[in-house]
Ligand binder design. Structure first.
Ligand code: 5GP
Ligand code: ZN
Length: 135
């Protein structure tokens, strides 16, 4: 897409710190990392989010994510990593070219998980009923 930031990065029109690429995917360091080594993995073919990501690339994507996550984790000496994806603005997506965040995590790095809510079984059942009719 002409006006897409990540398409421009993939084409080399905007500089990035490339980690790795193959025919289908491109991995580069996030310009505002949550932790050192925070890496973005993007499909080279523009798509908006996970739901329009092509099925034909799903298996390769998983291989690519694992390869890069392993290198990132070892490279920065992390104790683990979060794999994340924001889909649509309400979920924090700012760049509308699908991308995965690989965020290295260190013991006691001070980052906290999302807060949890308390739902009773009745509420869980009600929510389940709303969801399953779309499967
Ligand atoms: P989102 O919030 O859309 O899931 O994540 C977008 C990510 O892209 C953010 O973490 C942000 O720091 C990163 N980002 C935005 N612009 C650039 C850029 O020009 N170069 C790089 N390397 N990362 C960027
Ligand atoms: Zn794009």
């Amino acid at each position: 897409m002409d006006n897409c930031l990540f398409c421009k990065i993939i084409k080399g029109e905007i500089p990035s710190t490339k980690i790795y690429e193959d025919d289908e995917f491109y991995a580069f360091l996030d310009i505002k990392p949550i932790n050192q080594g925070h890496t973005l993995v993007v499909p080279k073919k523009h798509c908006r989010n996970l739901l329009d990501f092509p099925k034909s690339e799903e298996t390769d994507l998983m291989e690519f994510l694992k390869k890069v996550a392993k290198a990132v984790t070892k490279g920065v000496g992390a104790d683990g990593f979060n794999l994340g994806m924001n889909n649509e603005g309400a979920a924090g997506q700012v760049v509308f070219h699908a991308h995965f965040h690989i965020i290295p995590r260190f013991k006691n790095d001070g980052l906290t998980s999302w807060p949890h809510k308390e739902f009773d079984n009745e509420e869980l059942e009600r929510i389940k009923d709303k969801i399953v009719k779309y499967l």
